[in-house]
Design a binder for this molecule. Structure first.
Ligand SMILES: Cc1cc2nc3c(=O)[nH]c(=O)nc-3n(C[C@H](O)[C@H](O)[C@H](O)COP(=O)(O)O)c2cc1C
Length: 202
């Protein structure tokens, strides 16, 4: 394991359940892979931009001269994409917000899911180019979505699994920190999720 990329998206600092569990996971990974490089992005602090016209043109042009001219505008996306491609393991720690992911995380996804870099179209359909990587999702939610009536309302795990598989990352494990807004469940949610780390294939 040469590089581990940890993306967190909650702005709740020390109160964040997803961050707390991701920190425990990172500690475990540091023990297991002492020589790995850990790259971290706190997307709640380091707010990434929405893609504007010039950036879109810069990251999607097929014209080498235009690409060269717009190199600067593609810089942030290039850097984040390189970082992802150089990583062996991606950890995404995120809250559920309004049944989906926070827009801060979506902004990162929009900058790294790139034709010609992390996926390409082929005769056989779409080819993911982010090969030989694993991902671990640490997902915190106020309610419970792994079972029961709210299950179909979960647009976090299905979306993240789908978009990761689109770019070639299919080895995906999930840790849930569920029921954070349910008094009977919230006290145990983080300790239970920390215990679940032991069951991951790391
Ligand atoms: C803006 C906002 C939207 C939220 N939307 C949902 C939701 O749709 N479903 C849910 O179960 N919990 C929702 N919650 C609760 C959070 O998912 C829960 O507090 C979780 O612990 C947040 O993760 P964090 O502790 O890592 O910040 C929402 C919280 C906020 C602040």
């Amino acid at each position: 394991m040469k590089q581990i990329l940890i993306i967190s998206a909650s702005p709740r600092g020390k109160d964040s359940a997803s961050r707390s569990v991701a920190d425990t996971l990172a500690g475990r990974l540091e023990d297991l892979y002492p020589s790995a490089k850990f790259v971290r992005h706190d997307l709640a602090v380091e707010l990434l931009p929405h893609i504007d016209e010039i950036t879109l043109r810069a990251i999607s042009t097929h014209d080498p001269a235009e690409a060269q001219r717009l190199k600067k505008a593609a810089g942030q996306s290039d850097g984040l994409t390189d970082e992802l491609l150089e990583s062996d393991l991606l950890v995404i720690a995120t809250p559920m917000w309004n049944f989906g992911i926070p827009s801060a995380l979506k902004a990162w996804i929009d900058l790294v899911v790139r034709p010609g870099r992390t996926f390409r179209y082929s005769d056989g359909g779409v080819l993911g180019l982010a090969k030989d990587k694993k991902a671990i999702l640490v997902l915190a939610s106020g309610g419970v979505f792994t079972e029961g009536p709210w299950r179909p309302w979960d647009f976090v795990e299905p979306y993240l699994r789908q978009i990761l598989s689109f770019i070639g990352i299919v080895d995906v494990q999930t840790i849930r920190v569920e029921g954070m807004n349910i008094p009977l469940l919230s006290a145990d949610a983080v300790p239970r999720a920390n215990q679940a780390i032991a069951k991951l294939a790391l």
